[in-house]
Ligand binder design. Structure first.
Ligand SMILES: *[C@@H]1O[C@H](CO)[C@@H](O)[C@H](O)[C@H]1NC(C)=O
Ligand SMILES: *[C@@H]1O[C@H](CO)[C@@H](O)[C@H](O)[C@H]1NC(C)=O
Ligand SMILES: *[C@@H]1O[C@H](CO)[C@@H](O)[C@H](O)[C@H]1NC(C)=O
Length: 279
């Protein structure tokens, strides 16, 4: 019983450290690919804003460069790029002063006229994911062909492809092609089945209030965990309060019985039964 309450405490502490040491990088608009000239906003959503999170990136030309220095416009813990170029393609992450890092995202800026709008953050197993093959000038719904790991999947008349109930096997490198307009770059789609870790997970594209939904879910999770810990602590306290009476009873019988751990409660029951028989 004491062990379980200790585990509870450790669990709560680890949850707390999860929230305080982690930031979650989100991208708006929520896509892994952009056209040259698009506006992109990156934001570090963190529990502990005093940790001083900043955005960094690796591109083919430069490594670990910070937002606001050679690229982007920094504001608090977010960063915006008002006009992206193909050279802005790369891996982006949030980094705290202490060197803690967030999830990473791959962004690809296409100099061509077709992009694949695919989830930029890992997708939850079982969710539905919609990929959109988009043409630059007019976002018309043109027929598009979709490919995974270089293999043709299917042609969609409106350029949207929905994968229902995503599973691990759907993870891979996706691209699309609009006949007569060109092919999109490839983007990796990650599928995760892990809900209760610190790693942020969400599906995408999502409505703009997705981050508040994420926090509501997280809050509910903490509430449930708190209740579980609270109830088990109450149980433990009540067991402690029952113990002295059991020991008093035992004092009246010969002290030959084992006196350790979980056996104690069993002994108490036997004691009660034997005392009743005496009367
Ligand atoms: C970024 O580049 C640095 C230096 O080359 C490397 O150590 C680091 O692993 C890279 N980070 C990512 C996320 O690719
Ligand atoms: C980013 O892209 C590289 C190369 O395609 C891949 O190895 C890496 O896993 C990707 N990272 C993420 C976070 O998707
Ligand atoms: C793009 O798709 C069309 C059919 O929709 C096909 O004829 C063409 O060869 C494809 N282009 C490439 C580069 O795969």
């Amino acid at each position: 019983m004491e062990d379980s309450s200790l585990l509870c405490l450790l669990f709560l502490i680890s949850l707390l450290s999860c929230t305080t040491n982690q930031a979650r990088l989100t991208v708006s608009p929520s896509s892994s690919q952009f056209f040259e000239g698009d506006f992109v906003s990156l934001s570090c959503e963190e529990a502990d804003s005093s940790a001083g999170w900043t955005l960094r990136r690796n591109t083919s030309k430069q490594q670990r460069t910070q937002c606001g220095v050679r690229w982007g416009e920094a504001a608090d813990s977010s960063c915006s790029i008002s006009y992206v170029f193909t050279l802005d393609s790369g891996v982006y992450w949030c980094e705290s002063r202490e060197g803690a890092i967030s999830n990473m995202v791959n962004l690809t800026v296409s100099g061509g006229s077709v992009i694949l709008q695919s989830p930029v953050l890992p997708v939850m197993e079982g969710d539905a994911v919609t990929l959109l093959c988009e043409r630059k000038t007019t976002p018309s719904n043109l027929p598009a062909a979709f490919y995974k790991d270089g293999v043709f999947i299917r042609k969609q008349p409106t350029g949207h492809m929905t994968i229902q109930h995503v599973s691990r096997s759907d993870e891979g490198l996706y691209k699309c092609n609009i006949s007569g307009h060109g092919e999109s770059p490839s983007s990796w789609i990650t599928v995760t089945g892990d809900t209760l870790t610190c790693r942020p997970t969400t599906t995408s594209p999502l409505p703009p209030d997705s981050s508040s939904l994420y926090f509501v879910i997280k809050l509910l999770f903490y509430l449930v965990m708190f209740c579980v810990c609270f109830i088990s602590t109450l149980l433990m306290v009540s067991l402690y309060q029952h113990r002295p009476t059991g020991n008093d009873l035992r004092a009246s019988i010969p002290p030959t019985q084992p006196d350790q751990g979980l056996d104690e409660e069993f002994d108490d029951i036997i004691t009660d039964v034997t005392t009743e028989h005496h009367f």
